[in-house]
Design a protein around this ligand. Structure first.
Ligand code: ADP
Ligand code: TMP
Ligand code: MG
Length: 191
């Protein structure tokens, strides 16, 4: 049951929208279809007690290989691999774009999950390019923690207050400092 056609699928949206759950769902289904699956993640994501797995906020998990750079991935792809998953792809360097394309061109199904927007509401890293070259993009929504509407943004909170626009883009974390918000309730002070 070998793939004949490679492709790129992107799963994006704010924090808590279910990107990792959806990635894991697709990976389990690929395994049911007897595909050889490998999953990679940036080593800086050490949430939920493990760098050797991807974990969702609701507790689902899948084994993963932590890497520092996109270059490291190529050497770790096994010859019989047919499906490659990436989680937290917004943290990867630009090399991930060529790598994803190369893998898809060689017949591999590439499934990518990542944040489309930073806490400031701006495109995150290489995500826009990946979304452009993908065959399929799924944009998921979370629930706004203020009003219950659909949320497409991630609110960073520092001591309970909205983080400043000039704060560092990358800070690994979960509910202690981030919540999902709709456009109306997403606040990014600039002064
Ligand atoms: P992501 O990888 O997009 O951050 P996960 O797949 O890890 O999301 O987790 C999604 C799960 O997070 C949901 O199924 C739900 O159980 C939980 N969750 C917590 N807060 C929210 C929220 N504000 N909106 C939707 N789901 C939430
Ligand atoms: P998640 O999408 O699986 O919930 O994980 C997103 C990770 O990205 C989490 O560790 C917090 C981090 N993050 C940043 O580093 N900068 C940001 O601007 C945002 C929104 C999240
Ligand atoms: Mg996730």
């Amino acid at each position: 049951m070998k793939h004949t056609k490679g492709s790129i699928e992107v799963i994006c949206g704010p924090m808590y929208c279910g990107k990792t759950e959806e990635l894991i769902r697709r990976l389990f289904r690929a395994k049911l279809a007897k595909q050889n699956v490998q999953v990679f993640k940036p080593v800086i994501d050490d949430r939920y007690g493990g760098i050797f797995k991807i974990s969702s906020h609701s507790g689902s998990e899948f084994e993963a290989i932590p890497v520092k750079t996109s270059d490291e991935i190529k050497a770790k792809i096994e010859p019989n691999t047919t499906v490659v998953g990436f989680d937290e792809v917004q943290f990867f360097d630009e090399g991930i774009l060529d790598l994803a394309t190369e893998l898809a061109d060689s017949g591999i199904r590439v499934i990518i999950a990542g944040l489309d927007l930073t806490f400031t509401g701006e495109p995150f890293g290489v995500m826009p390019q990946l979304m452009a070259v993908a065959e399929e993009v799924s944009k998921l929504s979370a629930i706004c923690m203020v009003c219950g509407d659909l949320a497409y943004r991630s609110q960073r909170l520092v001591n309970g207050k909205p983080a400043h626009y000039n704060d560092p883009i990358i800070i690994v974390g979960a509910s202690e400092m981030y919540e999902a918000r709709c456009r109306n309730h997403h606040i990014v002070p600039k002064d």
